[in-house]
Design a protein around this ligand. Structure first.
Ligand SMILES: [Zn+2]
Length: 286
């Protein structure tokens, strides 16, 4: 069984997400370490760090993952936004370090009209800017670039592009988070054996499994190839339960922590987590 969990709201208090994860029986939790739709945030106080560390130690969580804010665009053509994005991500990496969080997920950026080639170059430069400012290993936070739905001018909607963005940065510094909804609407067929074989082949060819550190398991409201990013409840969207059964029982994917980011966490996470667990138990039905 992979470690299974959910993205959970903090409502201004990091420990809120830890407590909610405990109630849901999660082994892994994903949370924001600063408000996701604003640049500014108060520095983490000693009390916040202490309370968080304490709550985590008391919990049964095997892993905590942070998700970066939504304003960050590491490929922005606007110099002011680009600098602000880089600084904000650097701050989030440092927050993770203080909180003892080992992974920070960020979406691949959007080129906003300057073209994919220049956008990818800008992303590469942003990653180097970031790691030039972070102490070398054993700085323990790995940045995970998440594949996108390819909506608008978003980059990183296929694995070849993700590989280009990551370049030769060590897997301890930069890994990959794969989101099933984003893969699907970007055109990856997850519902057939042939489609999955093609995905696995592309992982081998472009990234290597050691880069894949996290899976976001989300069903999709919109059809394959639509490039519209709307996460949906597990088994109730266009991917469906059968799609998740084959994907999550792949011998490589069972080793990768898996987190849901489906809508209405308060009322629906419990059911979505149950479905995800049952899907993984259905291995023998393949
Ligand atoms: Zn995601």
């Amino acid at each position: 069984m992979p470690l299974i969990g959910a993205h959970l709201p903090t409502k201004g208090e990091l420990v809120t997400a830890i407590d909610a994860a405990q109630r849901l029986g999660c082994e892994v939790v994903q949370l924001f370490v600063k408000p996701p739709i604003q640049w500014a945030a108060l520095p983490l106080s000693d009390a916040v760090i202490f309370n968080f560390t304490n709550a985590r130690q008391r919990s049964n969580l095997a892993m905590v993952i942070a998700h970066a804010g939504y304003l960050v665009n590491l490929a922005s053509p606007r110099p002011d936004v680009l600098l602000q994005s880089r600084k904000s991500l650097l701050d989030e990496m440092q927050r993770c370090h203080l909180l003892g969080i080992n992974y920070l997920v960020v979406h691949a950026g959007a080129h906003l009209g300057i073209g994919e080639k220049r956008g990818i170059k800008r992303m590469q430069e942003s990653l180097h800017w970031l790691f030039d400012r972070l102490p070398d290993l054993p700085f323990p936070v790995t940045l995970l670039i998440e594949n996108t739905a390819g909506q608008g001018t978003c980059l990183g909607y296929n694995l070849a592009q993700l590989a280009e963005i990551v370049g030769d940065l060590a897997p301890e510094k930069v890994g990959i988070c794969l989101d099933t909804c984003h893969l699907f609407v970007a055109g990856y067929e997850l519902r057939t054996r042939e489609g999955l074989e093609e995905l696995f082949r592309q992982i081998d060819e472009n990234l290597g499994w050691e880069r894949i550190k996290l899976l976001h398991a989300n069903d999709s409201l919109y059809p394959i190839g639509s490039r519209v990013d709307r996460h949906w409840h597990i088994g109730e969207g266009q991917i469906g339960l059968d799609g998740f059964i084959s994907l999550l029982n792949h011998p490589k994917f069972v080793q990768i922590p898996t987190v849901i980011e489906t809508p209405e966490p308060e009322t629906h996470h419990s059911e979505n987590l149950t479905k995800l667990r049952s899907v993984i138990m259905q291995k023998d039905n393949l």
